[in-house]
Structure formats: C-alpha cells, structure tokens
Design a protein around this ligand. Structure first.
Ligand SMILES: Cc1cc2nc3c(=O)[nH]c(=O)nc-3n(C[C@H](O)[C@H](O)[C@H](O)COP(=O)(O)OP(=O)(O)OC[C@H]3O[C@@H](n4cnc5c(N)ncnc54)[C@H](O)[C@@H]3O)c2cc1C
Length: 412
C-alpha cells in the first residue's frame, strides 16, 4: 500500500503558543496551504495543563489560566482557517522539507516548502539527574504532575518533596494544592530561590517549608517513595525528610529529539536549534521558534516569537529574506554565559530577531563583554541572576564587515 502524501507551503511542528501564533500570522499574510502537526490529542501545548494564572496579559489584555489561554489561541487559529492535525507525531525530519508522520490511520509523508519547528521544552527527569536510590513509584516532574491533576484527575501522592525553586516549582505548589496534595518541603541547593522575588511567598502562604542550602542526595523506598535524604550544603550534615513522592522541577531542556536525529545543526550551549537572526536553521527550509530555541521563556514570549517567525517565513516565501550564503558572524558564548541565541548574524540592520538572547549559569556581578576577532564590540556593567532573560540589541553591535566571530563573555 502506498503511503499518503500531503503537500503544503508551510508545516508547523507543535501547537503550543509559538506554533499557533506563527500559523495565525502566516494565514494573515495569505499563506493558504498550511498545517500544524501536533502529537497530543488536543492543541495548545504546555499551557493546556498549567491550570493557574497568569497567562495572556499581553496577547488578550486579560489574566487567564493556562487552559483558557490555550483555548483562546486554538480558537483564533481555527477561526483563521488553520488546519490542525492532532494525534499526528512527526517521527523524522529530512532535507527538502520532508516530514515522516505517524498518525492513527498509519504513516503519512508531508512535503513542505518551509517547516517551522516549535516543539517547546521539557523538564529534566530524575533519570538524567543521577540521583541515587531505587526506582519507587511516586517520582515525577511538574509537567507530568500537571497533566495528571488537570487533565486526568489522578493524584499520585499526598506528601511530596519539591526539588528546585525555578518559577515552575512554584507552579507545582499550586498544582499540588489543586489535587489536595500537601508538599512537605521545597528544597534548593543555593542560598536563594532561582525564581524572582516574591515567588517564595507562594510557598509561605501555602505553608510549604522552603529549605535553602539543601541538596537532594538519595530517594528512599523500594516500591513507593518513603523519604529523601538531603544534605545541608553549608554544614555538610545529612538528614531524612519523610515523604511519599518527589517532584523534580525545572532544569529545562529544549524538546530537540527530532532535530538530534536529523541533518539540522544543534547548538551545544542551548541544547536547541542553531539559527540565524531570521530564525533559519542550518537547512534554511527549516525555521525555529518558541522554547525549542532556548530553555526557558514564558508563553507570552513564545507567542510573540512565533508571530515574528511566522512573518519571517512569509517573507521568505516571497523571497524577501537576505540570501543565506553571505558571510555570517558566529556568536560563541563562554562559561558562565550559558547560551546565546541566535548563534549566527548576517547584519546589524535587521528585520529579523532584534536581540541576542543570553542566559547565565550563576549569579554574576561585573561586565558583560562582546568581542570580535578585531576587538571590543559591546560591553555593559551588570549584575545578573541565573534563568533571567538578558537582551542585547543586535543593532548596537558595532562589528566590521569581515568579522567572523563574536565572543560573548563575562568579566567578574
Ligand atoms: C512543566 C512546565 C510548566 C510550565 N509552566 C509555565 C507557566 O506557568 N507559565 C509560562 O508562561 N510558561 C510556563 N512554561 C514554559 C512553556 O514552555 C511556555 O509557556 C510555552 O508553552 C512555550 O511554547 P512553545 O510553543 O514553545 O512550546 P509548547 O507549549 O511546549 O508546545 C510544543 C508542542 O509541540 C508538540 N510536539 C513536540 N514534539 C512533537 C512531535 N514530534 N510531533 C508533533 N508535535 C510535537 C508538543 O506536544 C506540544 O504541544 C512551562 C513549561 C513546562 C515544561
């Protein structure tokens, strides 16, 4: 039996805020043959199972919960005539915009003039965090917990410990209470929370003890979780906290499984797609938008980025983007700068991404510096915390035409 073939102008992989926003923009720009491919049974991406506010303040001037926000985006896309194929999983991406897709009716192939990859991020699970102990039931991530509580009505435990203090950890506090779960502690190995002040008030109001300078050493229990062994990072003393579950939060990684087995280049620093300032991948048929580009941004940011990239794809279909084979400047970051996006720049006069986006891996005070192979290009004194968005206007980078590399580093 011959495999079904679908031919389109643009295929979008992922129906989160980035993919939906791009699709709506492409429809506005008159692109007719457009499809979103989504592996889940409903469109909307991560916000679908973030059953708490605040979402949608910039896009809809309202404070919405995640599911309300996702529904509005999906409704907008449907109204714009976007074809969303749910329960369709892209299993391979190949040169020339060829996608292999698994569907409930069997495999199909999509051939697309341009492809947007908008597959988002996920949290690092226990398996890759190298935590000792057996594999008892009751260990999860915030994403999996949200999906259990908000989408399936399941309650996996009653007294878990939450590991980490990124924003999403406080989201897991709210999710837990929604399922009548009472976390016994939230632990953070550093001396301050990773999320912004005053997120710790969420833990305080919900009476969840926040233990700073505390590191997880081992998960105890054989068939179900019975406790965790933790160490005070200042005194070195260990103790046991009794609990019946563990929620690993944050430490986001781009959902780049598809790209990893493809011909596309990945950026080792961000773990996401390597792109130029017009969001084009190493194969310019492919584009990237949303959290596949970097861990991690908000839904609002991903939506805006999706819209922008949707516009760039429409420009490209009309041959309005700069040609790809002109000399590019490579942006390289040095520890403790964790990532820089986009990684390739053609020009400082840009209708593409307006900024270099940066993240650092620890709290820093000093000077952020960008140097080319010819000398200083940009610098600024600053204090930066991890997981904060840092934006540098591309138009402010003063580099000469024969520049090959921009080195982004921090002097403490
Ligand atoms: C657990 C968790 C909680 C979060 N909580 C918040 C929050 O409270 N507020 C906030 O602003 N941000 C939150 N975020 C950040 C979140 O990533 C952004 O809000 C936003 O969802 C990013 O949009 P996106 O379109 O890039 O990706 P996503 O929303 O992640 O959408 C990606 C979509 O791609 C689909 N997909 C992936 N691979 C394939 C494939 N091979 N084939 C077909 N479809 C595929 C996925 O099913 C998914 O629907 C959270 C993230 C996580 C992981």
């Amino acid at each position: 039996m011959s495999e079904k073939l679908m031919e389109v102008d643009v295929a979008i992989i992922g129906s989160g805020p980035a993919g939906l926003a791009a699709a709506i923009e492409l429809r506005k720009r008159g692109v007719e043959k457009l499809v979103i491919v989504e592996r889940e049974s409903e469109a909307g991406g991560i916000p679908r199972h973030c059953g708490h506010p605040p979402f949608g303040m910039v896009e809809f001037h309202r404070v919405l919960t995640g599911p309300q926000y996702a529904k509005r985006l999906v409704d907008q896309a449907m109204k714009a005539g976007v074809n969303i194929l749910t329960r369709h999983s892209v299993t391979r991406i190949l040169p020339a915009g060829k996608l292999e897709v698994a569907t409930p009716e069997g495999p199909i192939t999509i051939l697309s003039k341009r492809v947007l990859i908008a597959t988002g991020v996920r949290e690092t699970p226990r398996s890759t965090r190298l935590v000792s102990g057996a594999r008892p039931l009751g260990i999860t991530t915030t994403g999996a917990l949200q999906s259990m509580i908000y989408l399936k009505g399941l309650v996996p435990f009653k007294r878990p410990v939450i590991i980490g203090t990124e924003l999403v950890a406080f989201s897991s506090v709210m999710t837990a209470f929604k399922g009548s779960i009472k976390p016994v502690a939230m632990i953070e190995k550093n001396s301050r929370i990773t999320a912004r002040h005053p997120c710790q008030l969420i833990a305080l109001f919900k009476c969840v003890p926040l233990l700073l300078n505390t590191e997880l050493k081992e998960i105890l229990g054989v068939s179900t979780v019975e406790g965790v062994s933790v160490k005070d990072t200042k005194t070195g003393q260990s103790r046991i906290i009794e609990c019946d579950g563990v929620i690993f939060t944050g430490k986001f990684i781009p959902e780049s499984a598809l790209a990893r087995i493809s011909h596309l280049k990945l950026d080792r620093a961000s773990g996401g797609l390597e792109i130029d300032q017009f969001a084009r991948c190493s194969d310019p048929v492919y584009f990237g938008a949303g959290n596949i580009l970097r861990p991690v941004e908000t839904a609002g940011w991903s939506y805006q980025e999706g819209r922008r990239v949707g516009g760039l794809i429409a420009d490209d279909l009309e041959n309005k983007l700069p040609i790809i084979n002109q000399p590019e400047v490579l942006c390289i970051c040095e520890n403790p700068i964790k990532l820089v996006v986009p990684q390739r720049i053609i020009s400082t006069q840009t209708d593409g991404f307006k900024h270099l986006q940066l993240r650092v891996s620890r709290a820093l005070k000093g000077e952020l510096i960008i140097e080319s192979d010819h000398g200083l290009v940009w610098k600024k004194k600053m204090s930066i915390l991890p997981e904060r968005r840092i934006l540098i206007p591309i138009s402010a980078l003063n580099f000469s035409k024969d520049t090959k590399i921009l080195r982004v580093y921090f002097k403490e």
